[in-house]
Design a protein around this ligand. Structure first.
Ligand code: CO
Length: 499
């Protein structure tokens, strides 16, 4: 076969695998949104079967030899070459984990998840200790099987963001932490913000309609996606022309729905902007979880929690909730939605203290993976770090180390991407501001199309061509630097808490 024939046969195979994976994703989406409870047993089997089929296609010897041949072929375009190269890397990665290991991992995750649910319910951390330690041992083994340079934790972080390592994260956190602590100190000495009007009765139906209006505003394409309700908001996609997001509505708080809409909307804009011609191929996929999170955070925080955004949007919001917000002005609203308050729960944290929640989990995970810490030490070390960084006393494990689902799912190496995502967002937003000095004015006029187009051109359309670091460099001219976030945050919060 010549290069073109090889590439065609590779593309056909990959697209078939994608068909199976996305079919499983449709079932998963349905499970979280519309499936009746009794459907759950068989649904679990159906999803597992489809995932097994996809996995067997992905690891078959024939694909391996095709990829090797394709990678040594001449005459491919640079995009084709990059697809072939990334697919071979994926294949080799998948081959490093023997089926027995994958099965043992998934069985232990199943057990750990149930232990976690039980431990949370009983508010008894000890129930989760043993299954957690078992998962940690398996994760250490996984790091060894995958291989790494430097810290073993690098192998696990690379699963979510290829090339992300402890050197990069340690450096950004070392720069971020003192700046954030200083800012938090300043804020705590100032008069606190009143956000009580955000917590009153906000009619569900009006919230839903307002959420759809917001999504439309930021450029979500309803011909290529839809929004539904689920317990935990998420984004999934079956191609770039069918992107599903979910939200949740709390009738006693306006905030949950609004920020989840904008956050998931940002993820969705990324998915809708991935190149359609590479369906099923690496260049049709997102770059990394850090970059994915940057796309949600830039809309949620840098734009969605800015004064300019609400200068345009607040009058419209008031027409949805005249009773609740009639006497509130834009500046009061802007301050309320940016209220900073240290707390125990990560998912409820403001955009400043959020990073401490991540730093704590990152530090603990690193020590668990290199063996300095074991599962039985987690609870007390967790509580110690919350006191140190946020000055809060964790009352029990349910408000402490049992709060997140990630560890029970075996997701070690994930948390850092929440912070790096926000840091990338701030750096991208600074670059947009540099190129378009009137961007704030445009946003204040309700015009976010310049931002949308910039992200399409510099991030979305690139797919997985670059690593996060390379993509950041190509889009902003520099590698990841925490100073863009600290500059942004310092200016914003000094303004809010000075007046
Ligand atoms: Co997100």
């Amino acid at each position: 076969m010549n290069a073109a024939e090889l590439y065609n046969s590779y593309q056909t195979k990959m697209q078939k695998i994608a068909d199976v994976k996305y079919a499983a994703a449709v079932l998963e989406w349905d499970q979280e949104t519309y499936m009746p409870v009794n459907g759950s047993d068989k649904r679990g089997c159906q999803i597992a079967t489809l995932n097994e089929i996809a996995h067997s296609f992905l690891t078959e010897e024939q694909l391996g030899s095709l990829l090797l041949e394709l990678n040594s072929a001449t005459g491919l375009s640079s995009a084709e070459k990059r697809n072939a190269e990334l697919s071979l890397q994926d294949y080799q990665r998948n081959k490093k984990l023997a089926p027995e290991f994958v099965r043992s991992m998934s069985e232990n995750i199943h057990m750990a998840y149930h232990a976690w649910v039980k431990a949370r319910k009983a508010n008894e951390g000890s129930i989760f200790q043993q299954p957690l330690q078992k998962l940690i041992d398996l994760k250490k083994q996984q790091a060894d099987l995958l291989g790494y340079e430097g810290h073993p934790y690098n192998a696990l972080m690379s699963e979510y963001d290829k090339g992300l390592n402890t050197n990069i994260v340690d450096t950004v956190f070392t720069n971020l932490q003192p700046a954030l602590s200083k800012l938090l100190n300043f804020i705590q000495q100032r008069q606190q913000v009143n956000d009580s009007f955000l917590y009153q009765l906000y009619n569900k139906d009006s919230q839903w309609k307002y959420g759809l209006a917001l999504l439309k505003n930021i450029g979500f394409d309803f011909e290529s996606g839809r929004q539904d309700i689920s317990i935990h908001p998420f984004t999934t996609n079956f191609s770039n022309a069918d992107v599903r997001i979910t939200t949740r509505i709390d009738e006693n708080s306006f905030s949950n729905m609004t920020w989840s809409c904008i956050h998931e909307g940002g993820h969705a804009l990324y998915e809708q902007g991935l190149p359609a011609e590479y369906y099923g191929l690496p260049l049709g996929e997102y770059c990394s979880l850090s970059i994915h999170e940057s796309q949600s955070r830039i809309w949620e925080n840098n734009i969605g929690r800015s004064l300019s955004f609400w200068e345009h949007n607040f009058p419209l919001l008031k027409t949805f909730f005249p009773e609740q917000l009639g006497n509130i002005n834009t500046s009061q609203f802007f301050k309320a939605i940016n209220k900073v308050q240290p707390s125990f729960i990560r998912t409820e944290a403001d955009e400043l203290t959020y990073h401490f929640h991540v730093m704590i989990r990152y530090e603990i995970e690193k020590l668990l993976i290199d063996g300095t810490l074991t599962a039985k030490d987690v609870s007390s070390y967790w509580n110690e770090l919350y006191k140190k960084y946020l000055g809060v006393i964790v009352p029990d494990d349910r408000h402490g180390y049992l709060q997140d689902i990630h560890w029970s799912h075996g997701s070690f190496g994930y948390f850092a991407t929440y912070s790096t995502g926000s840091l990338y967002a701030a750096q991208l937003y600074a670059a947009i501001n540099n190129e378009h000095i009137d961007i704030e004015r445009q946003v204040a006029q309700g015009n976010t199309i310049t931002i949308f187009n910039w992200l399409r051109a510099n991030i979305h359309s690139k797919g997985r061509f670059y690593t996060s670091e390379e993509l950041c460099k190509s889009a902003t001219g520099e590698y990841l630097d925490a100073k863009y976030f600290t500059n942004y945050a310092t200016k914003k919060y000094q303004d809010i808490y000075s007046s």
